[in-house]
Design a protein around this ligand. Sequence first.
Ligand code: UD1
Length: 341
Amino acid sequence: MSILVTGGAGYIGSHMVHKLLNDGHRTIVLDNLSTGNFWAVPNEAVFVKGDVGNQELVEKVIKQYNVDSIIHFAGSVIVPESVVDPLGYYENNTVKSRSLIEVAINTEVKNFIFSSTAAVYGMPKSPMVSETDLTDPISPYGSSKLMTEMMLRDTSIAHDFKYIALRYFNVAGADPENKIGQATPNATHLIKVACQVSLGLRPKLSVFGNDFDTVDGTGVRDYIHVVDLVSAHYDALNYLKEGGQSQIFNCGYGHGFSVLEVIEAIKEISGVDFKVEFTKRRDGDPAALVANTTKIRAVLNWKPNYNDLNLIVRHALNWEQKLLNLAEIFPNQGSNSTDVI
Ligand code: UD1
């Protein structure tokens, strides 16, 4: 039996693949390399270059490698981009997920872990949200993911098929051993952008709004270390394999930091007093968004190990430094590539 990881060459997916391989699982990566990187996939994984929407290919891979579980990361993740290109987001995140789910049903894959997002909550009434709270996304990104959650729910009722949707809050940090991290070009996420500013790769950091109803007027978010997020996927898969039922879980730590608090941590750890400017609010940014994590802790017994903003920032910064020399550090790997398209 093996596990298919779609988007396994991407930021979170590649951390997942490392974890699965370390724990002895046969791991198949399916990635079209539109934003992922081949060097992020370890040689021990089987790598298939291709698109998750290609049903013929996915079916072939599932049968060939006897896949019994799918962890589905592949998709588009930039909120402002989704506003400009809604149909592209519905195609990548919704239509292709439907296609993948259909193949999973037809090939009798029983377990499915899905990367969802806190963006499904939209502008929540109170800063801390639970899985049962109203979902009312305000971006095509959030809607595209929520629709996939709905398809999974309905499919799991109609078929012998179980899923877990993990609603990510703000994922950050990198592999503590600094082997992999976030390498997507033109990233918009606060911690990555601020690390780049501290390294002189960008001239300044813009703070989007300081008139929110929060501790210091700037946006508050629940930042979760990528390794803890991966362990939530791992626990979720084990839970399903041991007979657990389909579930939706928030993935965060249950407390938030403001933009200014994050900047302070990055200045302190980098030792660079970089330039910060205040600009107007970004469209669609809620004041505060923090995960109620009671459910995931109770049901999966999930125990995070990196619940520390300074550690998240240190790992993110180490990775940005390493990325500067990426070409030297990651010579081309290629022995395990099955280039099918
Ligand atoms: C959003 C999504 C999240 C998704 C992520 C992926 C929502 C509610 N959340 O997170 O689900 O996984 O995008 O793209 O839609 N900020 C600045 N300056 C910057 C960058 C960010 O001030 O240069 C501020 C933002 O205004 C916000 C905080 O930092 O208050 C975090 O922003 P960001 O890292 O972009 O993530 P979200 O928008 O919270």
